[in-house]
Ligand binder design. Structure first.
Ligand code: 7GP
Length: 808
């Protein structure tokens, strides 16, 4: 485009924007608030997406290509405006025009609320997979819940986590379209009776409680292409807002009771990451979006297939993201048999062929199991079908392993009065996969070994990936520019091209620019810390960052204890030679997870002690950033030097933060766990620092009852000093962290914090030495960016297409 054409487009943009402002606010541009400016821009964005969206849907309705539907109880999509603008290829234009109109582009964008419709890894992964599917022009959609309140907002008050409701919809949400004409009735409770209708046994559901599921669709626009897929979020509404007879009789509260009970289903996201709390409302949620989502898929499929279900599983993949949507199996069976009139065997064939299942954790406390009575009561027909699935499965087992009662019992979907959701998911899917090589191996050899012996060909592995658009191009625009200047723009469509950066690994000019970018990003984060935490940090210090949910297995505690140890060393020897360090933490604790909340309190208490001590001469700073969410993450990753990935080996299924850090040039300091192992393979041992027990060693100890943490305590004076400080009043003006102390000594340190302490301290020392040689450090950092191509979610989606959905 030449410059006069561009000027014309700019003028048109400015005129439309000005007009839009008037429409959305009734004010002229000069008087419109930032919120109205954002809303005007959002409307313009939606207008330019919707026709492409309609075209994509028309194409899909022809039923030519296979459609993938991700069912997930979480979609942690983050803010969308920037993605839309950049995917449309108009971000520069909007930025330039905004500046020329005297508007603050970044401030406008910050008006968007960050939808917290997920807890962490599992929900964010879905968002990356939708982004990649659209970028690759592949038909894939999401089905989830439109929670009225997303994950709580975290405030830190007096060093402790306080939860505040996340009312993300308070100003409306401009990127969704409500489609009440596509609503579905979901039935709970009641009784099932069978009738013989025209010689066919038919199941009739009576006295049920109906709830209306109303879809809100969010467009997922592909990067610089024509594809717009859909994220469908279901909202629960009562069939009739009021019980009118009740209302007329003056029983107002009773009349609205039904309304609020119905709405409760999509009211809140359960704030647990890697944990299961067995609440009835959660089971209602699980069935809610499964039932609604499946119904729409079947209706749409039949409409474009001459009202027939023939070929359903050749054209439809139903991918279940962990076990929360595992009712997809029995629900699809119900629809096929009770509504479409198919027999069991045909229905079962279709169901297994359509379903695939990804597991995201091996932590036993996260494995879902629902009491039989609860399931039977709430979902009587679904429970009947699960019983029948199980009965037939047990018969098969009995054929294959006759008289092996113990084995067959241990594999039963219903056992000890619970419905085991992972078992249900495995038996009703044609594929089961883990999210990194080690995790998939653990699934095969331990967690799901019994099923692996029965279905060896069902097990796969697909290593997770992250969206390079969100986590590199859009959140680190300076690095994006530098990369494109150096190697051209092919990497924007194929991240493996980043390898070309290795040609610059000894180029001093590139080095300097690369270091400048990192420094600029660190200054940006330092400014954020000054304004939000009132702590001034040196942007030249090592930014050593651990951001993720707070969980014992992720071992923020190991990091915190090491900081305290470093503090002790500096107090002992103020001239200690070390590069100044800023330890940065962020992450939410589940509201009911006492121990995790104690860890937050401990970190903030250490921060208080360290930051206030002038004798350290600014060599050490500690910051806990409140309210970690996708928006904050986007500022954090580009500014990191060190990426802390220090979970107990064998416990972190994959990790995805590790990949986001790597893409932005941080060096991983990690255990041999999850995808860290694959990061090591990708960058080579000289560009990563690893330490600690292996998964096999951890497994071995656990098998034989753990290890004796007291022995380590007794041998290591560093640990003695640090642990005493937890309870002797050094911290938080006399606080005592007795629960943490006891977990390490009295309860034998189940996550091997003390066992790995020494190796971790050595690794941290190694980091210090490496960082003090800037040439080596920058080389390592460039190597990390250059080798991060394999962790693009585009690669993961390609793997799923090939291995699991068999699309290509
Ligand atoms: C997480 C895993 O902990 C993390 O290692 C992985 O990278 C991520 O899923 C994506 O695969 N799991 C969860 O977020 C979770 O809640 C329980 O799992 C079902």
């Amino acid at each position: 485009m030449n410059s006069s054409e561009r000027e014309k487009i700019k003028a048109a943009y400015k005129a439309t924007f000005t007009k839009k402002i008037e429409e959305v606010s009734g004010n002229c541009l000069a008087e419109a608030s930032l919120l109205k400016q954002y809303q005007a821009l959002a409307e313009m964005v939606m207008e330019s997406i919707t026709s492409q969206w309609a075209k994509t849907n028309t194409l899909y309705n022809k039923n030519e290509s296979k459609q993938v539907y991700f069912f997930s109880i979480e979609f942690l999509i983050g803010r969308l405006m920037k993605s839309y603008l950049s995917n449309l290829g108009v971000e520069d234009l909007v930025q330039e025009c905004s500046a020329e109109m005297g508007l603050d582009y970044e401030a406008i964008l910050s008006q968007e609320s960050d939808p917290g419709l997920g807890n962490g890894g599992l929900g964010r992964l879905m968002a990356c997979y939708l982004d990649s599917s659209s970028a690759m022009g592949m038909p894939a959609h999401g089905n989830g819940i439109r929670y009225k309140y997303g994950l709580f907002e975290q405030r830190i008050i007096n060093g402790e986590q306080i939860e505040v409701a996340d009312n993300w919809l308070k100003n409306g949400y401009p990127f969704e379209i409500r489609n009440p004409d596509k609503s579905v009735i979901v039935k709970y409770y009641g009784q099932i009776h069978s009738e013989n209708i025209n010689g066919n046994l038919t199941f009739v559901h009576e006295n049920y409680e109906p709830i209306m599921a109303v879809p809100y669709d969010v467009p997922i626009k592909g990067y610089r292409n024509e594809t717009v897929n859909s994220l469908r979020l279901w909202s629960a509404e009562p069939l009739e807002a009021f019980d009118l007879p009740c209302f007329n009789q003056g029983h107002f509260l009773n009349a609205v009771r039904h309304k609020s009970e119905a709405e409760a289903i999509s009211q809140i996201l359960y704030p647990n990451d890697n944990g299961f709390d067995g609440k009835l409302l959660r089971l209602k949620q699980e069935y809610f979006f499964v039932c609604a989502g499946i119904k729409r898929i079947v209706v749409d499929f039949k409409r474009s297939n001459n009202n027939s279900m023939d070929g359903f599983s050749d054209k439809i993949c139903i991918h279940i993201n962990d076990t929360h949507p595992a009712l997809c199996g029995p629900e699809l069976m119900r629809v096929l048999m009770d509504e479409e009139g198919l027999g069991w065997d045909d229905s079962w064939k279709i169901t297994v062929a359509a379903l695939s299942f990804t597991n995201h954790t091996v932590l036993p406390e996260a494995l879902e199991k629902w009491p039989v009575d609860m399931m039977k009561d709430l979902l009587p027909r679904i429970y009947m079908i699960i019983e029948e699935i199980n009965r037939r499965f047990l018969l098969e087992l009995d054929n294959e392993f006759p008289y092996d009662l113990e084995r067959n019992h241990s594999l039963s979907i219903i056992r000890d009065n619970y419905v085991h959701m992972a078992s249900l998911a495995i038996v009703s899917s044609h594929s089961v996969n883990g999210v990194a090589a080690l995790h998939s191996k653990i699934l095969r050899e331990e967690t799901f070994n019994g099923y692996y012996q029965v279905f060896p060909n069902r097990f796969y592995s697909v290593t997770n990936g992250v969206s390079p658009r969100r986590f590199l191009m859009n959140s680190n625009p300076e690095l994006k520019t530098l990369i494109t200047e150096s190697i051209g723009s092919a990497w924007e469509h194929n991240l493996f091209h980043l390898k070309k950066l290795l040609n610059y690994i000894s180029d001093p000019v590139f080095y300097e620019k690369f270091e400048d970018v990192k420094l600029a990003n660190k200054i940006r984060l330092a400014n954020y810390m000054t304004s939000h935490n009132n702590v001034n940090v040196d942007p030249h210090s090592i930014f050593d960052i651990q951001v993720k949910r707070i969980h014992e297995y992720k071992r923020q505690l190991l990091n915190a204890l090491h900081v305290l140890y470093l503090y002790n060393r500096l107090k002992e020897n103020p001239n200690l030679e070390m590069a100044p360090r800023t330890f940065i933490f962020a992450g939410k604790a589940a509201p009911g997870y006492y121990y995790a909340k104690e860890v937050i309190k401990l970190i903030t208490a250490i921060a208080e002690l360290v930051n206030a001590d002038p004798t350290l001469h600014d060599k050490l700073k500690v910051v806990f950033l409140a309210n970690f969410n996708v928006s904050l993450a986007e500022i954090i990753y580009p500014a990191a030097n060190i990426s802390e990935q220090i979970s107990t080996a064998g416990k972190e299924a994959s990790g995805t933060g590790n990949m986001k850090f790597m893409m932005n040039g941080a060096i991983t300091l990690g255990t041999m766990d999850g995808a860290n192992i694959e990061i090591l393979e990708a960058v080579g041992p000289s560009n990563i620092v690893t330490f600690g027990l292996s998964a096999d060693e951890v497994h071995h100890y656990q098998k034989y009852g753990g290890y004796r943490s007291i022995d380590i305590f007794e041998q290591d004076p560093r640990i003695q000093q640090v642990l005493h400080q937890l309870i002797d009043g050094t911290l938080g003006h006399g606080l005592s962290f007795q629960a943490i102390y006891d977990s390490l000594l009295l309860y034998n340190d189940g996550y091997f914090v003390l066992k790995d302490f020494s190796a971790y301290a050595d690794a941290q020392n190694q980091v210090d030495h490496l960082f003090r040689n800037p040439t080596i450090w920058t080389k390592m950092s460039i190597s990390n960016v250059a080798n991060s191509g394999i962790f693009s979610s585009d690669r993961s989606i390609a793997d799923y297409q090939r291995e699991i959905w068999k699309i290509i």
